[in-house]
Design a protein around this ligand. Sequence first.
Ligand SMILES: Cc1ncc(COP(=O)(O)O)c(C=O)c1O
Length: 341
Amino acid sequence: MASPILGYLDPEFLAVMDNTMALLRHLFQTENELSITLPGTGMSAMEAAVCNVVQPGDEVVVGIHGFFGQRLAEIVERHGGTAVRVEVGFGQVIRADQIEVALDAHPDAKMVAVVHGETSAGIRQPLKDIGKLVREREKLFLVDTVCSLGGAHIPVDEYLIDICYSGGQKCIGGPAGISCITLNDRAMAVIDSRSRPVDTWYLDLTLIRKYWLSDRGYHHTAPGSLIYALHEALRLVQEEGLQERFARHQKCGDLLKAGLTQLGLELFGDPENRLPMLTCVMIPDGVDDAAVRGRLLQDYGIEIVGGFGPLKGKAWRIGLMGYSCSERNVHYLIAALREIL
Ligand SMILES: Cc1ncc(COP(=O)(O)O)c(C=O)c1O
């Protein structure tokens, strides 16, 4: 980020952009030409993914198993669409047959959207069967991977995902303030055939595509320092190797869960589908949530966060993402928690 800033059309900067696209294709495990960054945090990519597809009156089936699925549904509605909510409890996953029932009842739905790593509940949503179903029904499949991309195997093309996005700051290990998105030709064909322009100018992917892929014309000033930083983070991902990186997240996630269980704590959610990079654990009765988190931060320099929605005040959420995902950090946290509890 400390590298000198170049103009947004400087040939050297354009080369960084091209290389960033190649690194993103590697990480998303896709051939999609349009694999780019967007200015703004993960929410910017979520908004772009939804608003480019949805026109007033469109139906979108949204799988909800936590806070971020609810947000996806709200964004669909803010852009004039109807969210067909397929809702399961926090800590559960959405089954393909539940999506099927919704598609049977709403055969004109344009898209199915789910969150892969539900950060609010620590749950990993299986994608393969839903991807197959959505392709058979000739809809678009949108997946949020803000929590999980860079820490778990998410092969976009193999899972038949049409639109996938993430943020810079989680398992990719880059900065906040930049996000990334990939869209295949099916998704872009739907966007290109809209009957009216995308209802936000800033996130209109038909305009942004020109800057990244074709005439390189000005759309917005590229956030150069953030792109450098994401580019470097993506180089580190590639250098480590995708499978090695996923294995590190899985190993540390398993170690953390084992350590918490040994402390007598109860893990939250479907045991078959817990995320490695975000562990949700119940706060034992009689333990003061804020006091424990305060001591962890002040005495040990460790930050863990509280629960969302129904888990507010009831659970802790512990992240092991990117650089912070190390066995050393797990042992240190478990030792600190043992001491405090
Ligand atoms: C699953 C998921 N989606 C979307 C977001 C939004 O990303 P951001 O906070 O970077 O805007 C988050 C943030 O935690 C998330 O966990």
